[in-house]
Design a protein around this ligand. Sequence first.
Ligand code: DC
Length: 231
Amino acid sequence: MIIAIDGPSGAGKSTVAKAVAKKMGFSCLDTGAMYRAVAWRGIQDGIALEDAEALGEIARTCPISFGHVEGDPVPRRVFIDGQEITEAIRTAEIDRAVSPVSAIPSVREALVDQQRRIGSEGNYVIEGRDIGTVVFPQAEVKIFLTASDEERAHRRVRQNVDRGVGHIDYDVVLEDLRQRDKRDSSRATSPLKPAEDAHHIDSTDQYIEDVIEEICSLAEAAGAVRPKAQE
Ligand code: DC
């Protein structure tokens, strides 16, 4: 079974996807991390963000993989060409670079191929922007997760403080986030939009535990069986 979770940045997709995967005993795939990995590698190699050919080549040829921290079933570690980039892809520089990189059709084609291959291996929660519309249009459960712009910016600021990345200005975060949403929603290839049959969940005023439980219930209604130990 595939549980597709799409939505704009900061809506809570990562937290929710990882928790649903844990509760349901599914694997989980963060497709945004794959676009970030290509952007990171492009910057390392001194490639211009408009160089579609070179970035497409990276997406086709540099293997991206995920790994576990010991004792954690969720694969939080990210690698490209065997090099760990878990923290390196979460900087403001990558936040800005990843949007244009993810709009390049050859990059998307290569990564979508990999995502389909990974997802076909078993039960997966997959988070991204186009999972329910393009990557797995046949997904059994499709969620479009949103939150207000202001709430998403607040969450991003808090996340940075928690990560010890330092203080970032709320207004700058809000503006960056709106710019990125606009680019992600208006690009020609696989723009961010809800699938027609997606369940819309607005997490602005909801406890995250309730959102997680709602998605687990939808998965159960679609035939998934929750592992006994988690009930
Ligand atoms: O979820 P995230 O913020 O880590 O995603 C990083 C960027 O990648 C974001 O600007 C949109 C893009 N993305 C995409 O185009 N398609 C996906 N399936 C996932 C992410």
